[in-house]
Design a protein around this ligand. Structure first.
Ligand code: 4AD
Ligand code: MG
Length: 429
């Protein structure tokens, strides 16, 4: 008999036989009858166990919580069960017995502290409100993938053990690679650009990115999932259009697939209107100066500044035309004012979700930009080489998948939307 998901029991007729697989969420033994609340990834159902129907009744009715069962039984809608139905067990196969006590309760009314939850993440994720976040994230990514594929992007995979930094040398994790010193990649930036020289035209990658950031914040991880694109014969405007449409498509997919999850989490989500507003860096400086901050023009915005800007623009919006001083070497200077760049961040209120830009495609300009940033072009020879023999103009972006998930579900800590978060103090589990 094939397995029925508990969430699908509503469409099964009275008296029909089903096979269910799941965990013992609760077990009550009365005088000559026992009730199991069985849970799978779709929900819970009450199962009635009777001694005369089950040869192993004694063993089953003594089971510990979170033991794993396979139950065959009959759907019974006439009983007084709370959910309007229960299952009368015909056979119970014990697949695994859980040890007790549990390090973390699954349906305890009091929430355990966050560290205990993360230390026992396998149990924490058995709670529907926790694991459902990852179903939402999956649909979100699927919606973005669908859009990018429709625009002729090819999904690629580039190395994560690399020889050069892309986003600045300070945040690198070193890796001993036989006799050489290498790093974990901070971003697929250099490789996705090389692929533009190789004529792949439009690529995207979904993969891990590593940042050795020392500080613990609610929005930084040391390993996160980066959704990256790079496209040829395009500038920053073309890449921004791809980004807003990809985000919109992701949210549409969540709405189509995860309505129940949004309801369970109590989240209201709407399809954002595109195009998103575009605000220049200079306009943002004006906003924060008007709020009484003294700001050093040419610097990055800090959390306080972004809070003020976010108050003016509570939804999705782009900050464009960043000064060259705060953008990496590969960023294209603005033609009529090279102190600025053809770059942008996608923001949601105060939170950064994406950075992107048109890239420098001229090898001489690129070498000059390396020097200006105090970097040695010879460390990047493998990259610059791909610019010397016909590199097309190109643009792209990198989006933090966890950041976008936090935003659409309005979850304050990035660790909640990461299965096994890596932060300054946590590498286990
Ligand atoms: O802004 P970042 O550093 O930009 C790049 O990596 C560029 N190569 C992208 C490009 O194509 N120009 O990182 C991109 C995004 C950020 O906007 C943020 O959402 C996420 O990656 N991110 C992090 N997420 C979690 N924890 C961290 N430590 C993150 N660092 C960046
Ligand atoms: Mg950034």
């Amino acid at each position: 008999m094939i397995r029925t998901a508990i969430g699908d029991l509503n469409s099964v007729g009275q008296g029909e036989k089903v096979r269910l697989n799941g965990w013992v969420q609760d077990l009550r033994r009365l005088k000559s009858i026992a009730f199991v609340v069985l849970r799978d990834h779709t929900g819970t159902v009450q199962v009635t166990l009777k001694p005369d129907a089950l040869s192993n009744y004694n063993e089953v009715s003594e089971l510990s919580r979170e033991s794993v069962l396979e139950i065959e039984g009959k759907v019974d809608r006439k009983s007084g069960a709370k959910a309007g139905m229960e299952i009368q067990a015909l056979s119970v196969n014990i697949l695994n017995i859980s040890r007790s006590p549990l390090p973390l309760g699954i349906d305890d009314p009091v929430e355990a502290d966050f560290d205990t939850r993360l230390n026992n993440r396998f149990l924490d994720l058995r709670k529907k409100e926790n694991n459902i976040i990852f179903r939402v994230e999956s649909s979100l990514l699927w919606g973005m993938r669908k859009y990018l594929m429709s625009q002729n992007f090819v999904e690629v995979h580039t190395p994560k053990i690399v020889a050069a930094a892309t986003e600045g040398g300070a945040d690198l994790f070193r890796v001993k690679y036989f006799e050489k010193e290498t790093y974990l990649n901070q971003s697929p930036q250099l490789y996705k650009e090389i692929l533009m020289s190789s004529g792949m035209d439009r690529v995207f990658e979904v993969g891990p990115a590593f940042r050795a950031e020392e500080h613990n914040t609610p929005r930084h991880l040391n390993e996160f999932t980066s959704v990256d694109i790079e496209m040829s014969f395009a500038d920053h405007n073309g890449a921004m259009t791809m980004l807003e449409n990809a985000v919109k498509s992701g949210i549409e997919e969540v709405l189509a697939i995860n309505a129940d999850a949004l309801k369970l989490l109590g989240k209201e989500l709407g399809v954002p209107e595109v195009p998103f507003p575009r605000i220049t860096y200079k306009e943002c400086v004006k906003i924060i100066e008007k709020k009484g901050f003294t700001f050093n023009y040419g610097e990055d915005f800090n959390t306080e500044h972004l809070k003020e800007i976010g108050k003016e623009f509570p939804g999705f919006y782009f900050i464009t035309e960043w000064p060259a001083t705060v953008r990496p070497f590969y960023t294209m200077p603005k033609q009529d004012d090279p102190s600025l760049t053809n770059s942008y961040d996608l923001q949601f209120g105060e939170k950064e979700i994406t950075s992107g830009a048109q890239r420098v495609h001229d090898p001489d300009m690129l070498e000059k930009r390396f020097m200006e940033k105090g970097l040695n072009p010879s460390d990047f020879e493998f990259y610059i080489k791909s610019f010397r023999y016909g590199m097309p103009p190109h643009a792209g972006w990198g989006l933090g998948l966890e950041r976008l998930t936090m935003i659409i579900l309005d979850i304050p800590n990035i660790r909640s939307v990461t299965l096994f978060p890596r932060d300054r103090t946590r590498v286990v589990p």
